[in-house]
Design a protein around this ligand. Structure first.
Ligand code: UT7
Length: 349
């Protein structure tokens, strides 16, 4: 079995910045509320027509591929994590294969929202360990700005999310005691509807049930996306923020300790924790709970907001660029989000 290492890492942040003040043009909110509750000062939004989840992922991927000292032709598998894909189907993975003129390699899309990147990394790690692939491109990318409710009705969510992409290239390592030490994946579907986008979808929601009561052959195709669904903002994400918060502050520490314990390590051994950037208050709570020093935790939600599947690779890339991750450092990635799903990865850099 081979261990896998992150051989190259890249990110792409769209140029357009949206500050908290800017958001006041669209909804009833304030810089004070947003900073106090989330720590966010600004976020970046993709160009409305020129940039997509895939194009941002491609830019991050180019940087990761170059830094790994390889080429797009050498990549032998793609894993793409996102909740805001260019199309409902096909997934973004094949669009990356096309954009980078890669060989006819496998391309897999992951739908695990905020935990998506860690899930994707875990899958890539298994393929490297078995020797099946040697050069896997893992991308997390989101274009949230296209699918948010910018009226006051949606302010608890729309102020949080931002756009961007991060990517890594995973390769087998020849060095002993280097690379991904373990990954830990979890889910609890009992709370699936507490953080979700309900429509369009194929679930038997009550709009469909109402329609079925007066079932009419001619109407069958109208149930996927109706005017009523749009009127009731069902096409935008829904979140019970306080419920998600309460669960997150339990599961984040749990999955970090699980990773350390599985490797016979403790929080004192940790050089850097990169938590999914959901809310600065959540990160601070986790830091306090685990008694970590400031230099052991990396946060950049202040500048980017919550970029869901992209948040961990963007933060990892930025921490590495700032010299905060050096060879032999112990780095823990941890995520929690919609599903609920949560996950961690422990890496000896
Ligand atoms: O990444 C995926 C996982 N997601 C998370 O981990 C998010 C977890 N949840 C959170 O981060 C927080 O729950 C939020 C930041 C989303 C919300 O903060 P909160 O302290 O839980 O606020 P709340 O939802 O309980 O709302 C408190 C008040 C409400 O007003 P009333 O009912 O007290 O009058 C909201 O209407 O704040 C109001 N509010 C806002 N006010 C100004 C909600 N959003 C806004 C806003 N601006 N943007």
């Amino acid at each position: 079995m081979f261990k896998s290492k992150i051989a190259g890492i890249g990110k792409y942040i769209p140029a357009n910045t949206m500050t908290n003040e800017d958001l006041k043009k669209y909804m009833d909110t304030s810089d004070e509320w947003i900073q106090e509750r989330t720590g966010i000062q600004e976020r970046h939004y993709a160009h409305r027509t020129e940039e997509t989840t895939t194009t941002m992922g491609v830019e991050a991927a180019k940087m990761a591929i170059e830094r790994a000292g390889t080429t797009a032709k050498e990549i032998d598998f793609i894993i793409f994590a996102t909740l805001s894909p260019d199309y409902y189907f096909p997934g973004c993975g094949v669009l990356v294969q096309r954009a980078l003129a890669m060989n006819e390699i496998g391309a897999l899309d992951i739908r695990n929202q905020c935990s998506g990147f860690v899930y994707a990394l875990s899958i890539a790690d298994q393929f490297i360990q078995t020797g099946m692939y040697k050069n896997i491109l893992v991308i997390g990318s989101e274009k949230h700005s296209f699918g948010l409710d910018f009226s006051t009705r949606g302010r608890n969510i729309s102020v949080i999310f931002g756009d961007g992409a991060g990517a890594v290239v995973l390769q087998p390592t020849q060095k002993a005691n280097q690379g991904i030490l373990s990954t830990h994946l979890h889910s609890d579907g009992a709370s699936a509807e507490l953080l979700a986008m309900y429509n369009p979808g194929t679930h038997a929601n009550h709009w469909v049930k109402e329609k079925l009561a007066t079932y009419n052959e001619a109407e069958i195709g109208d149930m996927f996306m109706t005017k009523e669904m749009i009127d009731q903002a069902q096409n935008f994400p829904y979140m019970d923020g306080p419920a998600v918060f309460k669960k997150a502050i339990v599961k984040f520490p749990e999955v970090i300790i699980e990773a350390l314990t599985a490797n016979g390590l403790t929080t004192a051994d940790l050089n850097l924790l990169i938590p999914h950037q959901a809310n600065l208050r959540i990160s601070q709570f986790v830091q306090q709970k685990l008694a970590l020093q400031d230099h052991q935790v990396f946060n950049n939600i202040q500048q980017y907001g919550n970029t869901t599947a992209a948040s961990i690779p963007i933060a990892l890339c930025e921490a590495w660029e700032q010299g905060k991750i050096k060879e032999d450092d112990l780095v823990c990635l941890a995520a929690f989000g919609s599903g609920f799903t949560w996950a961690s990865a422990l890496i000896k850099w």
